[in-house]
Write a protein that binds this ligand. Structure first.
Ligand code: HAM
Length: 444
């Protein structure tokens, strides 16, 4: 029973320092890239009213029907046994929340809003490699612009970030045009009509979907159904001139920026709120189902769906899975590295590190190093100097700084190079406190 308690909840994980460091690097690089384009951070709650998500994400989507962590917001303090209150859910994504927050604050007042966020999202999916129940995204949203320049800017920003992270060559950009709601509705009807004519030849699952969700039939793996689906009416044929012109303009801007985008008519995205442009960055040469690193698109109808009135507020955005980006970096550039501090502070005396005078000097040394911007890990495990140096080498620090009786008396410290490549005469030097940080930096 006890061991069971020590394990995290299914689909969620404890992240050790080496891996956490990589996730942090991805997040920091993403934030830096987004800030370069003038995006500013917005934070929204992790819990939202369940009702907020149903329409924009799709009443019949897997996400809304079975993948949200939902519970009653009431605690029992008010004595009504948890009845009343309202249903709330852990956010499965952040676009809806950002739109809600901007509406609540009255968007438009300051013109176009460019927002970014980073944080935990929750989906009760079947866990597998690259798919978790708690995962982390960074994302960006442009709210209040219906200009194709906005779509192109978001994609350019991603391209820049992949370049910063040196994974640009490992990713493909796919793009599609979903048109407008009316165009999709017309396509759906034609699809249903078409499949109805072949109903007897379809597999049972697909037959059941003809009326409820004929688009899903296009994903069927049944050979005969696939054959039939191959000749089904295409959305592209239903798109009017305005829809086509818009996404063509996005494509032209991408081409001008030197960004290659593959046309993928099967790219539909899992969330209902999209129209016109949708895109995904996927891993090259990787047929795994979970190969999308980043996805997004335009969602001009979202604010109206969540009660922002009839006025359409055009918007677009994307989000990327931080774990998936980190996993790709690890595969491209080698595994996670030890997250070592710069300096291991060895506090030595014959009796270990308990000598008060030496301890006080160690504190002064640590202060000086930290003030100079170095990360200092002070020994707390006791032991003599050689034991402490052994621990320093396990931690893979580049240098150890030793403080003992002599050093305390001389207001100095000894720097010991712990790495492999140091000239023999500089392996170990003693430096007065005033020069210590500069000398340490030189060795790192
Ligand atoms: P999404 O495609 O659902 O879009 O998620 C974006 C990215 O989050 C995926 O490409 C993937 O990298 C990561 N991701 C999603 N689910 C999981 C999971 N269970 N485990 C690990 N990683 C996952 C959105 O969330 C939209 N809000 C994007 C957007 C923003 N559209 C417009 N604005």
């Amino acid at each position: 029973v006890k061991e069971e308690l020590l394990r995290p909840v299914r689909g969620m994980s404890d992240v050790p320092p080496s891996r956490a460091r990589r996730l942090r690097q991805v997040e920091d690089a993403a934030i830096a890239a987004m800030r370069r384009f003038g995006y500013r951070e917005i934070r929204t709650p992790i819990l939202e009213k369940t009702a907020l998500f149903a329409r924009p994400l799709g009443e019949h989507s897997d996400l809304v029907e079975k993948e949200m962590f939902t519970f009653n917001s009431n605690n029992d303090d008010d004595g009504d046994d948890g009845k009343g209150g309202e249903k709330v859910s852990l956010r499965p994504e952040a676009t809806v929340s950002v739109a809600r927050a901007l509406l609540a604050q009255g968007i438009g007042r300051g013109g176009v809003a460019r927002m970014f966020y980073a944080g935990a999202m929750f989906r009760r999916e079947r866990p597998q490699r690259g798919r978790y129940r708690q995962f982390h995204q960074f994302g960006a949203e442009v709210v209040g612009s219906g200009d194709a320049e906005a779509d192109a800017e978001l994609i350019t920003m991603c391209r820049d970030l992949w370049r910063d992270l040196q994974i640009g060559d490992a990713l493909d950009l796919q793009i599609n045009n979903l048109g407008e709601a009316a165009e999709r509705a017309r396509h759906r009807e034609k699809l249903a009509d078409y499949f109805r004519r072949y109903a007897d030849d379809l597999d049972a699952d697909s037959r059941r979907r003809i009326d409820k969700n004929p688009l899903r039939i296009l994903d069927s793996k049944e050979p005969r159904t696939k054959e039939i689906a191959a000749n089904a009416p295409r959305l592209a044929d239903e798109l009017g001139a305005d829809s086509r012109r818009f996404v063509d303009e996005v494509r032209a801007k991408l081409a001008a920026a030197g960004i290659a985008a593959k046309e993928n008519p099967a790219l539909v995205r899992g969330l209902d709120y999209y129209n016109l442009t949708v895109f995904e960055w996927t891993r090259k040469n990787d047929a795994r189902a979970q190969n999308a690193v980043c996805g997004g698109g335009r969602y001009d109808g979202l604010t109206a769906q969540i009660g922002g009135g009839d006025k359409k507020i055009p918007a677009c955005g994307f989000a990327a899975g931080i774990e998936r980006v980190a996993e790709l970096i690890a595969e491209e550039h080698g595994g996670d590295e030890m997250d070592a501090p710069d300096v291991y502070l060895v506090v030595g005396a014959e009796g270990g590190d308990k000598d008060e005078k030496i301890a006080r000097h160690a504190a002064v040394v640590a202060d000086a190093l930290r003030a100079a911007g170095l990360d200092v890990f002070r020994n707390l495990d006791g032991g003599n100097i050689s034991r402490q140096l052994h621990r320093a080498s396990i931690k893979r620090v580049k240098i150890a700084i030793i403080v003992g009786e002599d050093e305390a008396a001389q207001n100095a410290a000894t720097i010991k190079f712990m790495g492999e490549k140091a000239p023999p005469d500089s392996r170990q030097i003693r430096a007065p406190l005033a020069d210590l940080a500069a000398a340490a930096r030189k060795m790192i």
